[in-house]
Write a protein that binds this ligand. Structure first.
Ligand code: NAD
Length: 376
């Protein structure tokens, strides 16, 4: 069993394999090979992989062609799909809702593609849930970035020269990222408010010492997987009206509201931003999924006429690449271990396993995931 980890595109600092996990795999008897420089941007030197028992270096094309399993963070570039041998298991994020063509190519190449975004949200799969592990770090990084950009401080400070009020932080969308953003902003001493359409969140917000903003938008709820349901246009309008005043009073607004498999709702309009104070910061963690903020540009900071900075955050977890890689690699290892047949010394793709049926996109020459099969 040969497992290969490859370097990521230039704008991705995270890696799918750390030396700690490489050593665990080697301990199981897995032959591990990594491309030279794999972990350089995440502070994992080649020597650490070699020490962990991995073979370091070699031609990328040959590494791909010789792999039984490939681990990556990002989806494979189209030209590399064909370079894998039939039967290779490829584990990474795939962005499957927007990559129908790639799914067809993966199926045609006979690759078994395991999508980390489709990992079921069950208790058993919790340790494999990299959407959560990465979202949590993104929530943390959003607050750190806002604090670093801000020309004011977060905590209240009483000094002989006077008293500084705490920063006001408003978190919109309190899932995994939002909860961590609240906790981080509280630790920095900010006064934190938050809103989410899922009613169960109110208690969680309070338990972190933040205030839940009450907005009556009628019936909402969540899916069986714990995701938010889409609101009607009227509900969105009511939500915007309810949030406008809180945004205007906030120094920092962090938006994390997403709808699984669909574009994110626009919740903060240009009119709402026009009412905010100069120097206020808006971090849109949904920027890569369409954005919660009107005028956001993914990967860029936009400064509005009234001096509000809108940060279009894309994969902010990559700014803490050492730790986000460690968590991602641990998620992949948990998945690997679940299917590792120690007796036979092989990775057994058990098709009847409910974790696998949740996240396996292609197998045996076909798109097998029910969500994507018909349209492929
Ligand atoms: P997500 O990234 O899809 O969305 C982020 C948040 O945005 C969610 O809390 C959602 O309710 C909220 N949102 C959507 N539309 C909104 C709107 N119009 N206004 C305000 N907020 C809006 O979700 P996520 O963070 O990945 O997960 C959501 C929840 O799923 C978690 O809080 C948790 O309860 C549950 N979960 C369960 C498991 C598990 O059981 N293994 C694992 C992870 C998460």
């Amino acid at each position: 069993m040969r497992l290969v980890a490859l370097t990521e595109p230039g704008d991705e600092a995270r890696v799918a394999l750390t030396p700690v996990v490489a050593a665990k795999l080697a301990g199981l008897g897995v032959e591990v090979a990594v491309e030279a420089g794999l972990g350089a941007a995440a502070d994992y030197p080649d020597a650490a992989y070699a020490e962990a028992g991995a073979a370091v270096g070699g031609d990328r094309g040959e590494l791909l062609a010789g792999a039984d399993m490939v681990w990556r963070v990002r989806k494979p570039p189209p030209e590399e799909v064909r370079r894998m041998k039939r039967g290779t298991v490829h584990v990474s994020f795939f962005d499957p809702f927007r990559e129908r063509e790639m799914l067809a190519a993966l199926a045609e190449a006979g690759v078994s593609a395991v999508s980390m975004e489709m990992m079921p949200r069950t208790t058993l799969a919790q340790k494999m849930d990299s959407l959560s592990s990465q979202a949590s770090l993104a929530g943390y990084a959003a607050v750190i970035q806002a604090a670093a950009c801000s020309r004011g401080i977060f905590p209240m400070m009483m000094t002989p020269a006077g008293t500084l009020s705490p920063a006001r932080v408003f978190v919109i969308g309190v899932g995994v990222a939002g909860l961590q953003a609240i906790a981080t902003a509280k630790r920095l001493g900010a006064r934190v408010e938050a809103f989410d359409t899922r009613p169960v969140v109110e208690e969680q917000v309070r338990s972190l010492g933040a205030k839940f903003v009450k907005i009556d938008i009628g019936e909402t709820g969540q899916t069986a997987e714990g995701y938010a349901r889409e609101l009607t246009p009227e509900q969105i309008e009511r939500q915007r009206e309810g949030m406008a005043k809180v945004c205007a009073q906030s120094n920092v607004v962090i938006t994390t509201a997403k709808l699984f498999g669909r574009p994110a709702p626009v919740l903060v309009t240009a009119a709402m931003i026009a009412r905010m104070k100069p120097g206020s910061i808006v971090v849109d963690l949904a920027a890569g999924a369409g954005g919660n903020v009107e005028g956001v540009e993914p990967g860029k900071t936009v400064v509005t006429d009234n001096g509000v900075r809108i940060i279009g955050a894309v994969a902010l977890e990559a700014t803490v690449a050492r730790d986000s890689s460690a968590m991602y690699a641990a998620n992949l290892y948990a998945f690997f271990e679940h299917f590792w047949d120690a007796g036979e010394g092989r990775f057994a793709l058990r098709r009847d396993d409910e974790i696998l049926s949740g996240c396996l996109l292609t197998h045996g020459g076909e798109v097998v995931h029910p969500e994507f099969r018909e349209e492929s």
